[in-house]
Design a binder for this molecule. Structure first.
Ligand SMILES: Nc1ncnc2c1ncn2[C@@H]1O[C@H](COP(=O)(O)OP(=O)(O)O)[C@@H](O)[C@H]1O
Ligand SMILES: [Mg+2]
Length: 438
């Protein structure tokens, strides 16, 4: 690159034209320099110039020029460039042309001088100026690569506005390309997630000694020595517990016990084992047979949240309502300390009424459910609970008959007969039962 001297060729009429290296930075900014880029090769002249005044860039494609570069001289005369930029590797005619201008090897940029020293291109026409970047839209010369490759290399780091637009364009393109394939990508994600779950279930089964549950079409659930899948991993000792609920018996269970005795863990363990069995996993138990379960409903921990705007008790009620409205006789409903979030009086009423409802759903006889509610109410108000046995008259007659039959079966003439023992162990208990239940 060469900077032209003042009065270049004498015909430009631009008296302010001077080598850039001579001007200070302030001058450069004020003088709106015209920058001319030239390349001469095989008798062809190509150039372009940048006019800072109107920020225009003008090109002249390859045009034949004489050995003395008359056309170039003419252009320089007309354009009056402040700076001429040209390649470090020049044809001899260009070297001579610029030598005639007397402006060779001007260099005010520290990288430029380094470049000159390092590349030994003393004969070449190079002047590096600090504002090269502004000439070519703020592109930056990569001096290290330039030194290594003996040519100018421009860093791809362009104007930040261009950067932003480019980035947006590239991102939009990327987004569109991804969206075009979104359905297959989602499919791949789903399959990968499924595979991940299957692998996790299989390795947990091997690592923690799970068993394969039997799935059956009856309504029974039997879990022998079941464990809580998480607690057994965290706790040094875990006590396994069984669970049994048959077609007609044990379908409603009430668990009582002191604090921290493991009630909640047991409830969760039952729910988790049934759930794991239903999703096709092995379960943490010695044996398990899981019948038809059409849903698992829980009322356990209520997560309060400001965004939900409900009290703990209200969240509890919603969970219970969901269980009652959606569960059937084949559902597993797990309720842990329902009504804890309200006063004890309401808690008791809630618990007994929901327990009664669920018991009816589970198919318990209405008389039994009603008696349950009575007992619960008596307990709540602190009144004594009296035993009730309303045996039918047929049953009573049968009981009497059995006492009479036992008595008649005695052989009173038998010398070995121990009447004392008979009265005490056989007759009296039966007769007592009849009397007590009358
Ligand atoms: N089967 C068990 N084996 C060993 N530890 C248990 C078992 N069940 C519960 N625990 C321990 O007892 C703690 C209290 O259990 P939790 O079910 O919350 O009690 P509750 O609900 O009766 O107050 C648990 O955090 C756990 O560490
Ligand atoms: Mg608890």
């Amino acid at each position: 690159m060469a900077a032209g001297p003042g009065g270049l060729g004498g015909g430009g009429g631009r008296t302010d034209f001077s080598p850039l290296g001579i001007h200070g930075d302030e001058d450069e900014e004020n003088s709106s320099p015209v920058l001319l880029s030239v390349l001469v090769q095989h008798g062809q002249l190509g150039l372009c110039f940048y006019d800072n005044k109107d920020s225009s860039l003008n090109y002249m494609g390859d045009t034949p020029d004489s050995h003395e570069l008359h056309l170039l001289a003419r252009v320089i005369q007309e354009v009056c460039p402040h700076v001429i930029i040209t390649s470090a590797k020049q044809e001899h005619c260009m070297t001579r042309f610029l030598q005639k201008l007397g402006i060779l090897n001007r260099c005010r940029c520290k990288f430029g001088s380094k470049l000159l020293r390092n590349t030994n291109c003393h004969a070449d026409l190079i002047e590096l100026v600090s504002f090269i970047p502004s000439v070519i839209w703020d592109m930056q010369v990569d001096f290290e690569s330039s030194l290594a490759e003996n040519r100018f290399t421009i860093k791809p780091n362009v104007d930040s506005a261009i950067d932003e637009n480019m980035e947006t364009a590239v991102m939009t393109q990327l987004q569109n390309t991804i969206l075009e394939r979104s359905s297959s990508l989602y499919k791949v994600l789903d399959l990968t997630a499924e595979l991940d779950c299957l692998i996790a279930m299989s390795s947990a089964s091997q690592e923690y000694g799970y068993t394969s549950p039997k799935l059956a079409s009856h309504r029974k659930i039997t879990v022998t020595q079941g464990r809580h899948p998480l607690l057994e991993v965290c706790s040094p000792v875990f006590v396994a517990n069984s669970f049994h609920s048959s077609e007609s018996q044990g379908r409603v269970k009430i668990i009582t016990g002191p604090n921290s005795s493991g009630k909640s863990i047991y409830l969760k363990q039952v729910g988790l084992i049934v759930f794991m069995a239903l999703i096709g996993s092995d379960v943490p138990a010695k044996e398990a047979e899981i019948g038809l379960v059409d849903g698992i409903f829980t009322r356990m921990q209520s997560r309060e949240s400001v965004s939900v705007g409900l009290s703990t008790f209200m969240i509890d009620l919603n969970q219970m309502a969901q269980a009652l409205n959606s569960s059937t006789g084949n559902s597993l409903v797990l309720v842990d300390e329902f009504g804890k979030g309200t006063n004890t009086l309401k808690e008791g009423i809630c618990q007994s009424s929901y327990a009664a409802n669920i018991a009816s759903l589970a198919g318990l006889p209405t008389s039994l459910v009603q008696r349950g509610m009575e007992v619960s109410e008596l307990y709540r108000i602190g009144r004594p609970i009296k035993r009730v046995d309303k045996a039918s008259s047929d049953e009573q007659a049968n009981r009497c008959r059995s006492v009479v039959e036992k008595f008649l079966s005695l052989d009173l003439e038998d010398n070995d007969l121990d009447l004392q023992r008979f009265m005490k162990e056989e007759l009296l208990p039966s007769a007592g039962e009849v009397l007590n239940h009358r």
